[in-house]
Design a protein around this ligand. Structure first.
Ligand code: HEM
Length: 505
């Protein structure tokens, strides 16, 4: 009897497994047929394996260098065939998953990011970061209130108040590196530029920096910030990985204490001072709470460190490999009283903003070295929308391949070349396609601060590194762009030294 029961339960189990397998295969095939032939996205070009399951998209996004894969696929599935130029074959739309479309065309990309008909942010943001902040809030009304309150810390008038902090840090950074050059050291300037960006945001948030420039050493917080962005990028694609957050140390908790101290103490001018002064005012328009302060200050560190430092790193490389460009900047700087060497030349950001060539230089750096080269997911709103010839139903995710847009050969002559002078007389298309600071509906809150940092960095770099040149380790190959959520140079360093003196006999 026991034996019979055992046999019949064995038969039931194997039947159950067989039925489940048939149902799963049936579902998979039915879904594949639907996605390929009947889904509203079935007419959007792209590889069949991307259309039937999200796995391909997740793997490409996680393995790094996704931009190059999307670039190749845009070419492969291009519909505009102009045999005169290979780049003209790039297709503007690419289906990269059952529900996601890459939009590599200026007009529709602008439409997706227009503030007039808002395509809200996609779930990617809340998967990437659990805390609610200006970056991650998806409800547009709620976002507008938060952005108005916290965005005013970045207004031009407040930036002018905060400029001395930025100038002091930039001066400390480039002067100290210059001293190392004078001692004959070869310096990897990449970490220094991270320390500078983090020390600036730290002091602007908490009235106190993280001491990295002073100590010439990474502190836990910076390391955690870098880890955090990587973790956030992974989490966004695979939310179940959120438990690996334990990889981060106690530093983010320390950061929260700093915010608390800032609230309890007597705050100096900062990105939050306008909000902190109203904490006990019952009639204040916006009453900030400690959770918001904590979330936004953490965001500012994450969003304002890696990004600015990456652009500054590639910019330094381009300046020191192009003597012509460097010379043009120096000539312009001299017109406003800038001098090389350790002296007070009274250069301010207000003066730097008047220099046209410096402006072209930064625009070109932001075009080629946009730190986030792909993404900014937005969701098609209710009732769906047409993008070009394609109707996208509500809920479709629209992604921007910024790398491809910024190198569109229909818009930019020699799109891969670093040519600041192209911005002397830019076309309307050139100006509007640049999305380094995101699209108009959710443009970067910190862009004025970032631009100030970059302008002052160029002025200080040339001031204190007068005799510098790229070290032998710095080659075109070591500076190739690799993408791991944000971009980095392939060699992960930028080594600079004082010019080698060759003694002639
Ligand atoms: C060169 C430097 C920088 C670049 C290229 C950059 C780029 C961007 C981009 C592309 C976005 C839009 C992201 C999206 O739509 O998903 C963004 C948003 C944001 N950035 Fe930046 N950023 C830079 C520096 C900074 C700095 C210095 C801060 C603050 C200290 C900052 C704070 C923010 C915030 C708070 C947002 C969210 C804006 C919103 O959704 O309204 N960024 N940034």
């Amino acid at each position: 009897m026991i034996l019979l029961n055992f046999i019949s339960s064995e038969i039931d189990t194997s039947r159950f497994v067989a039925v489940t397998a048939v149902l799963a295969i049936g579902y998979f095939l039915a879904n594949a047929i639907y996605q390929l032939y009947f889904s509203p996205l079935s007419k959007v070009p792209g590889p069949w394996y991307a259309a039937i399951s999200p796995i391909f998209f997740i793997i490409v996004s996680l393995k790094g260098n996704a931009v190059y894969t999307w670039e190749l696929l845009h070419v492969k599935y291009g519909k505009i065939l102009k045999p005169t130029c290979i780049f003209h074959t790039k297709g503007p739309y690419l289906r990269v998953s059952p529900t996601s479309v890459m939009v590599a065309d200026r007009e529709p990309a602008l439409k997706v990011h227009s503030p007039n008909d808002v395509f809200p942010k996609g779930p990617w943001y809340t998967n990437a970061m659990a805390s609610e902040s200006i970056l991650t809030i998806r409800d547009h009304q709620k976002y507008k209130t938060r952005r108005k309150a916290f965005g005013s810390g970045f207004s031009k008038s407040n930036m002018a108040l905060l400029e001395p902090v930025v100038r002091k840090k930039a001066e400390l950074c480039f002067k100290k590196i210059g001293k190392h050059f004078d001692n004959g050291d070869i310096v990897d300037v990449k970490p220094w530029l991270y320390w500078m960006a983090a020390d600036i945001v730290g002091e602007l948030c908490f009235g106190k920096d993280f001491g990295m420039l002073e100590n010439e050493a990474e502190n836990l917080l910076v390391r955690d910030c870098l880890n955090f962005t990587l973790v956030a990028g992974i989490q966004a694609q695979a939310p179940f990985t959120k438990y690996i957050i334990w990889l981060l140390s106690e530093a983010l908790a320390d950061l929260q204490h700093e915010v608390q101290n800032c609230k309890d103490g007597n705050p100096r001018p900062s990105l939050f001072s306008h909000l902190l002064k109203d904490v006990d005012n019952p009639n204040a328009k916006y009453k900030v709470n400690i959770t918001e302060l904590r979330n936004e200050s953490t965001l500012f560190i994450l969003a304002g460190t890696d990004t600015t430092a990456t652009v500054a790193t590639f910019l330094a490389w381009d300046l020191f490999r192009n003597a012509d460009i460097r010379q043009k900047v120096i000539v312009e700087l001299k017109e406003i009283g800038w001098t090389q060497g350790d002296n007070d030349d009274g250069i301010t950001d207000e003066k730097l903003q008047t220099l046209p060539y410096l402006g072209y230089l930064l625009r070109e750096a932001l075009r080629l070295y946009t730190p986030a080269h792909t993404g900014f997911p937005r969701v098609v709103p209710e009732n769906g929308r047409y993008l070009g010839p394609h109707f996208l139903p509500a809920g479709t995710e629209c992604l921007l391949p910024v790398y491809t847009l910024h190198r569109d050969p229909n818009i930019f002559d020699e799109p891969f070349a670093f040519k600041p002078e192209r911005w002397l007389n830019p076309s309307r298309e050139m100006e509007s396609v640049i999305m380094a600071f995101g699209g108009a509906s959710r443009v970067c809150t910190g862009q004025h601060l970032a631009m100030m940092e970059l302008r002052l960095s160029v002025a200080m770099m040339l001031k204190y590194w007068g005799n510098a040149e790229l070290a032998d380790s710095c080659t075109d190959e070591s500076m190739e762009i690799v993408e791991r959520f944000l971009i980095h140079p392939k060699g992960n360093k930028l080594e600079i030294q004082n010019k080698k003196i060759t003694l002639e006999n």
